[in-house]
Design a protein around this ligand. Structure first.
Ligand code: NAP
Length: 669
């Protein structure tokens, strides 16, 4: 029998005499036990005093690189996780969602961390705010890592994905985690955790693990700690209403269950690709993980005339389900996690059956041993009068079909869930999509539209993606996770910083207009990435713009817009004093003014951001450019990105244009 251990303050701790049993979903035999006597205060101290400081020494990019190494390390060692996963009732395909899905989620965060976060310790949130007339007092929002521990409480259904989807943004933010998985599948989570901690890729104290109950941990948290909970609405309510958490304003995010809906568009009649797609999506949501997915379709909402065809087609598809040993490749649906979970689903099925008639499935267990259950399809003819079908989540292979009269009715039914993680709409009609989006988006964390155009590549109703927000309002817990870099911000504090540009530049680790500059002694394009300093600046010579230049540029490029060519027409335009130079002519001349023509450390100009033309330039005016190093970010082994603030001014030092120029600069000459 497996002895599942906790990992606390750098040590593995064996189960205590009070450990809880863990059963195989397939044989119902006890296979493991978990539950250690833990000093949770020592765990918190370890996270706060050892893990946190070590993580905060690293930049976002350092942590992102380690995250990638960690994900690849897990990938190389994942095989035993699959073997363990079968004991939870998961098929190979289910385990791929859990194990490979979790690893991919971590890889996406690693990649986004390097592309979207700075190679710094501070994240700038939004643009500078001009708080004073002369620009000597400015505002900037910044985000810095919280100084405590992130406590992750996970549900049983995806022991690996559930752990990694929370861990990736937490570590990227620079915050240590204490992970408490659900006990019924903790043996899988512990095996994955062991691979991570033994790799020593993240510093000591970055991750700790609780097998079994969390003891007094939640009562010891303070405002620098956070709790990210995934599980049932009942447990979430019990935990989040703790007086200690409320009194100490401990951040608490809940991802809980919801009565997710899938709506068949009125255009998606029998014979259309959308009708078949709808059946495929519903089938997949009922059978994957034997329906134990927080995002599974619990309510199938179809036009009145299509209810019977949907029942027929879905029943025919459910006839093809192969229920059996999850480890066998031909099996398409495994077991529920335990006999206790099956009993819970059956009790909820009875509650639903008071309002809906079973049209598919039997009470008889498909296999003698283990927590197997046949798929169940219910039909509720009067969903307006019903209550339970919109409120009771049977966390298993159970779904209820109901009719709608028109789109407002379909929206009203979807919204009866009281806030859900996801709703899908299968339609090829854009007006159906936009009407339903306005009707139901506010009640849902995610809307999934699918049709013949997207079906070959669509990721499925039930799949939360690391790029997109996961969570939902109301019944779904009101929480939010994932969503790319948004997910990292849940573990950081946003702070409004006010001060002079010089102070803001130092705090934000980024030069900004108004902060001191250092006049370049050498052309900055001759300097390597390492040599360039924030605030290093070049002021070019001036260049006069002639009418000949404007006409040449117009004919050369084909841009003969009247503002450049016709004095009378240009004068009549409220923006121009008469014929003016093309904005792109000014940019091209600016490049000509600041370029260093010989091969050197500057490798390429990769982009230009936030271009704004502020004053027209007429023939006879002259322009010059000021180029200042704003931010540096290492990108590869050989080169990094340098962002320059560029200002074009005229002969009267009036601002003509500003923009941010992006270049790649080599580390060596
Ligand atoms: P659960 O019974 O609510 O348990 C969730 C977690 O809370 C488990 O780790 C559990 O640990 C822990 N827990 C229970 N009491 C606690 C306490 N007093 N102090 C600290 N932790 C405590 O849910 P579940 O049965 O594992 O998962 C199924 C439910 O989760 C379904 O309703 C499903 O819809 C929902 N879910 C939601 C999402 C989402 O992202 N929204 C994802 C997956 C699942 P023990 O196991 O040790 O009791």
């Amino acid at each position: 029998m497996l002895q599942i251990q906790s990992f606390a303050a750098g040590k593995w701790i064996a189960p205590s005499a009070k450990a809880r049993p863990i059963y195989s979903a397939v044989t119902s035999d006890q296979i493991a036990q978990a539950g250690s006597a833990l000093d949770t205060q020592a765990m918190l101290d370890h996270a706060r005093n050892v893990g946190g400081p070590a993580l905060r020494k690293l930049t976002f990019h350092d942590r992102a690189r380690r995250l990638k190494t960690l994900a690849l390390h897990l990938k190389a060692h994942k095989k035993p996780l699959y073997q363990l996963s079968y004991t939870t009732g998961a098929t190979h395909a289910d385990s791929q969602i859990d194990i490979d899905g979790g690893i991919t989620t971590m890889l996406v965060f690693a990649s986004k961390g390097r592309r979207e976060l700075p190679d710094a310790h501070v994240y700038l949130d939004g643009e500078l705010e001009q708080l004073s007339r002369n620009g000597t007092f400015m505002g900037q929002h910044i985000c810095t890592p919280m100084l405590g521990a992130a406590v992750h409480i996970n549900a049983y259904n995806f022991p690996v994905w559930g752990m990694l989807e929370k861990l990736a943004p937490t570590l990227l933010a620079g915050v240590p985690a204490i992970i408490k998985p659900a006990t019924s599948t903790v043996h899988v989570a512990e095996a994955a955790f062991r691979i991570m901690v033994e790799s020593e890729i993240f510093p000591e104290g970055s991750i700790q693990f609780i097998a079994g109950g969390s003891g007094g941990l939640l009562g010891q948290l303070n405002a620098q700690d956070s709790v990210a909970f995934t599980g049932s609405a009942d447990t979430a309510l019990m935990l989040r209403s703790s007086k200690h958490l409320l009194q100490n304003s401990v951040r608490f995010t809940a991802e809980q269950d919801s009565l997710n809906a899938s709506i068949l568009g009125p255009d998606a009649t029998v014979g259309t690709p959308e009708f078949d797609l709808f059946i495929d999506e519903a089938y997949r949501e009922i059978t994957t993980k034997a329906g134990q997915k927080c995002t599974a379709i619990r309510r199938i909402i179809a036009p009145e005339a299509l209810v019977n065809p949907v029942i027929e087609a879905l029943s025919a598809k459910l006839d093809t389900v192969q229920i059996g040993d999850p480890a066998a490749r031909e099996t398409t649906m495994g077991a529920l996690v335990s006999n206790a979970q099956r009993a819970d689903v059956q009790a909820r099925l009875e509650a639903l059956s008071t309002e809906a008639k079973r049209v598919y499935g039997t009470n008889k267990a498909p296999l003698e041993n283990g927590a197997f259950m046949s798929p169940q399809l219910l039909h509720c003819a009067n969903p307006d009068a019903a209550k339970a079908i919109h409120e009771v989540e049977a966390f298993g292979p159970v779904s209820t079909i109901m009719p709608y009269r028109d789109l407002p009715h379909a929206a009203a039914l979807a919204n009866r869930g009281g806030g859900s993680l996801v709703a899908s709409v299968i339609t090829h009609d854009p007006s159906v999509a936009s009407t339903l989006a306005m009707g139901i988006a506010a009640n849902h964390g995610r809307l999934y539209f699918n049709d013949r155009d997207s079906m070959a590549e669509a990721t499925g109703h039930g799949a939360p993606l690391p790029h997109m927000v996961h969570g939902g309002p109301g019944r779904a817990g009101g929480g939010e996770e994932l969503g790319g870099i948004r997910g990292v911000m849940h573990y950081m504090q946003r702070t409004a910083i006010q001060g002079s540009p010089r102070i803001l530049a130092a705090v934000g680790q980024t030069w900004l207009p108004g902060a001191p500059i250092v006049e370049a002694k050498q052309h900055p394009f001759r300097r390597t990435f390492e040599e360039l300093e924030l605030g290093e600046s070049l002021l070019t010579d001036a260049r006069e713009i002639t009418l000949e230049n404007i006409e040449h540029f117009a004919h050369f490029t084909g841009d003969t817009f009247y503002a450049h060519m016709d004095e009378t027409a240009a004068k009549a335009n409220p923006f121009f004093p008469g014929r003016v130079a093309h904005g792109y002519l000014l940019l091209s001349f600016a490049a000509g003014l600041f370029v260093e023509p010989n091969p050197g450390p500057v490798l390429a100009n990769t982009g230009l951001n936030n271009l704004s033309f502020q004053k027209p330039v007429s023939a006879g005016d002259s322009i010059r450019a000021r180029l200042t190093v704003k931010r540096k970010t290492k990108r590869t082994e050989d080169y990094g990105e340098v962002r320059w603030h560029v200002e074009l001014t005229n002969q009267d030092t009036e601002m003509v244009a500003t923009y941010e120029l992006l270049t790649m600069v080599a580390y060596t000459q």
